[in-house]
Design a protein around this ligand. Sequence first.
Ligand code: PAF
Length: 268
Amino acid sequence: MDLELNHPVALVPTMGALHAGHASLIELAKKHSEEVVVSIFVNPLQFENPNDFSNYPKSVSADIELAKASGATKIWVPTFEEIYPGDPEIIASGEIGNIFEGVHRFGHFDGMLTVVKRLFDLVQPKCAVFGEKDFQQLFLIKKMVAQFNLPIEVISAPTIREASGLAMSSRNQKLSVSERDNAAGIYKALNLANSTPDLATARSQLTKGILAIPNFLLDYAEIIDGDNFSIANDSTSNSRAIIAGWINGIRLIDNMVMSNWSNLGNSK
Ligand code: PAF
């Protein structure tokens, strides 16, 4: 495998189709290490739907430019055989891998953890950067690192948004202009929930906000405890609203910490 690295390394795992959100992850990685590896690998194991896998946007040359311009020192585009030379050891995502995203994307998190563990084993980074947009993914990666006692710091990076508030995603490019406008309603719904005085009002405002999004097919919207993914209650100190759904066949997810009324950190 052609992967000569100057350790210590910061790793930014991606599936390509890079955008400003990825650029921010790479820039953050650069603050932690001179050597920044960006991997580009569309991992078939984490796609529960083969069409979604084959239609996943690809733009490797543009990705390489963007990664370099953002500070990457090595852009690694491994083959399937490099990542999975034999039958991979599947990493089980457990209970939390089977709720919310896991209900709607069966097996997704096992496949995601399996590839992230392989990338970690192959690159041996001192740290790796992941976006908060995929909050359940981030949570499960941190849990896996603790479970295997890996000497890797998992760094979370804030969600980067379009001017409308829509969370940046490689999938956004498949939305028409009007669908993008509608998709910005997800951010509005999250803000609506956050602008309330308490959990009960937040839940009803979240629902109201979602119902106002034209042509949005909801998978789930909930306010959870960001520390353990249980359903938030009045004493939850780290509440976070999470939403996922579809606009014209494009899956969109987002989340927001409920900082206005959740008693952040007081119970820790
Ligand atoms: O978030 C992603 O792009 C992917 O799930 C990841 C972490 C690169 C694993 O394939």
